[in-house]
Design a binder for this molecule. Structure first.
Ligand code: PHE
Length: 456
C-alpha cells in the first residue's frame, strides 16, 4: 500500500538535490558495460589504440553535441520524453521519438540485466571462494558452465533487476541520487587501486602500448562504425535517457558545464578501464582479442596470477556491479518517469511492473547461452541479435531523430537561451554546436548506415 505521507517526496516537479548529484547520476548512466566491458573487448579485437582514438574524437565532438541536445529538450520542458516532445512540437508525430526511446531502453535493460546477473553471480562466488579453482584450470570452461546454469544465472538476473527496482522506486533524490552518490565515488576509488596494481605488473607496458598506441593501418570502415556506435552507447544517447535525467535539473545550472563533467568522467573511466585490463592481459601472455567474455574468462586468470589476486578480482566485480547498476537505474527510470509523471503515487507500482516486465523480456537473452543456444535468428543467438538491433539500429536512429528534432524544430532563440543559461559562453559556441548537431551528426549517422547496408 502506498502511504500518503511517503508520496510527498515523489511529487511531480521532483529535482536533483544538488548539481553534483545530477552529474554523478548521469555519469553513472553513461559509465557502464559500455566502458568497462564492451570498449576493452572491442578495442581488443579491432586494433587497440586506433579504435580508442576514433572513439575519443566521436565522443568529444558528436557525443557531447548530442548530449547537449538531449539536455536542452529535457531541461526546457522539465518533462519525461513523450510529454517533452509533445510540448515542443504539439500535434506532430515527434513524440514517437520518446516512445522509441522507451522501447529501446526496455530492450537494452533486458540484456543488460543478464550481464548484470553474471556479474552478480561472479561477485557472490568470488566472496565464497567459488572462482579460485576452475575446472581443468580453465576459466573459459568455468564461464560456460556458469552462464549455461539456468537456475543460477536466472536467480542472479532476477536479483539484479530487483536491486534496480528497489532503488528506482525510491525516487530521484532518495533513490537514484543517493545510490549514485555512494556507488560512483566508490567506483572511482576502486578503479584507481586496480590501475595502480595493473601498471606495476612486470611487462605492463606492452599492454599500455597496445591500448594507447594507435596503429592507423588497422582502421577500416567497420572499426569507425563501431566507434561511432560505441560513442553514443557509452554516453547513453539516442534513447532520451538524458532528456529524462535533465528534466529533473534545476533551471539554475549550466547545461554546458554539467555535460563537460559527464563527458570528462566517461572518457576518464574508459581510459582507466583499458589501463586496468590490458597490462594484465599482456603481462600474463593472454589474448586481448577474446571478445565479449574477456572480463569473465581472461581477467580471472590475470587476477589468479597476482598476489592478493582474489581480493583484487572481488573489488573489480564490485566496481562492475556499481557501474552496471547505475546504468540500469536510468534505463528503468525512463519507463517509470513516463508513467508516473502526472501521478507520482504510481512510481512504486510502475517500477515493479516495468522492472518485472523487462525481466521477462530478458529471459530469452538469458537462455541464449543455455537452453536456447541452438535457436538462431539470422545466424546468431537471440542475445547478440538484441544487442545488435539496439546498438546498431535503434540507438543511431534515435540519435538521428533527436539531432534533427533539436536543431530544426526548436526555435533558434529558445535553443540558444536554454543551452547557454548559466554559462558565460557566447554565440561562437552556440553556432559551432548548431553546425555539429544540425549537419555533422546526422551526416555521420547516415554515412554509418549506408556503410552497414554496403553502399560504400
Ligand atoms: N551507457 C551505458 C553503458 O555504457 C549503456 C546505456 C546505453 C545506458 C543507453 C542507457 C542508455 O553501459
Amino acid at each position: 500500500m502506498i502511504d500518503e505521507k511517503e508520496m510527498v517526496p515523489y511529487m511531480a516537479g521532483e529535482q536533483w538535490k544538488s548539481k553534483i548529484g545530477f552529474i554523478l547520476a548521469a555519469a553513472g548512466s553513461a559509465i557502464g558495460l559500455g566502458a568497462v566491458w564492451k570498449l576493452p573487448y572491442v578495442a581488443g579485437t579491432s586494433g587497440g589504440g586506433a579504435f580508442f582514438l576514433v572513439f575519443l574524437v566521436f565522443t568529444l565532438l558528436l557525443g557531447t553535441s548530442l548530449l547537449l541536445a538531449e539536455f536542452v529538450i529535457g531541461r526546457k520542458t522539465q518533462k519525461p520524453p513523450i510529454q517533452a516532445y509533445k510540448e515542443l512540437a504539439p500535434g506532430t508525430p515527434w513524440y514517437w521519438v520518446g516512445i522509441l526511446g522507451i522501447i529501446s531502453s526496455c530492450l537494452i535493460l533486458s540484456f543488460y540485466a543478464v550481464v548484470g546477473g553474471w556479474i552478480l553471480t561472479y561477485f557472490i562466488r568470488s566472496l565464497t571462494g567459488g572462482l579460485t579453482d576452475p575446472p581443468e584450470g580453465n576459466y573459459g570452461i568455468l564461464f560456460e558452465s556458469i552462464i549455461s546454469n539456468h537456475w543460477e544465472v536466472g536467480a542472479a538476473h532476477l536479483g539484479f533487476i530487483v536491486i534496480t527496482i528497489l532503488i528506482v522506486q525510491g525516487g530521484i533524490q532518495k533513490g537514484i541520487e543517493r545510490a549514485s552518490s555512494i556507488m560512483m565515488p566508490a567506483l572511482f576509488i576502486i578503479f584507481i587501486v586496480l590501475v595502480v596494481r595493473s601498471l606495476t605488473l612486470d611487462g605492463a607496458m606492452e599492454g599500455v602500448r597496445f591500448f594507447l598506441q594507435p596503429d592507423l593501418d588497422s582502421l577500416d570502415g567497420q572499426t569507425i562504425l563501431f566507434a561511432l556506435g560505441q560513442a553514443f552507447f557509452s554516453l547513453s544517447l539516442g534513447v532520451s535517457i538524458m532528456v529524462t535525467y535533465s528534466s529533473y535539473l534545476s533551471k539554475k545550472e549550466s547545461l554546458v558545464r554539467s555535460a563537460s563533467s559527464i563527458v570528462g568522467l566517461s572518457i576518464l573511466i574508459a581510459f582507466l578501464s583499458g589501463l586496468a585490463i590490458f597490462p594484465g592481459v599482456f603481462a600474463f601472455d593472454l589474448e586481448p582479442n577474446e571478445g565479449p567474455s574477456l572480463i569473465f574468462t581472461v581477467l580471472p586468470a590475470v587476477f589468479n596470477e597476482m598476489a592478493l589476486g582474489s581480493l583484487f578480482f572481488t573489488l573489480f566485480l564490485l566496481l562492475l556491479l556499481f557501474a552496471t547498476l547505475t546504468s540500469a537505474f536510468s534505463l528503468l527510470e525512463i519507463v517509470v518517469s513516463s508513467v508516473s509523471h502526472s501521478n507520482p503515487g504510481r512510481r512504486r507500482i510502475a517500477a515493479w511492473a516495468g522492472g518485472l516486465g523487462i525481466f521477462i523480456l530478458g529471459i530469452p537473452s538469458n537462455l541464449s547461452y543455455g537452453l536456447l543456444s541452438e535457436w538462431l535468428i539470422f545466424g546468431d543467438i537471440f542475445f547478440n541479435q538484441i544487442d545488435f538491433l539496439v546498438s546498431n539500429i535503434l540507438l543511431p536512429v534515435g540519435a538521428l531523430c533527436i539531432a534533427v528534432f533539436a536543431s530544426y524544430f526548436i526555435k533558434r532563440s529558445e535553443l540558444r537561451e536554454e543551452l547557454l543559461r548559466g554559462s558565460s559562453l557566447g554565440s561562437g559556441f552556440f553556432s559551432t554546436w548548431l553546425v555539429l548537431i544540425r549537419y555533422i551528426t546526422p551526416l555521420a549517422i547516415i554515412a554509418a548506415f549506408l556503410h552497414v547496408l554496403g553502399v560504400w
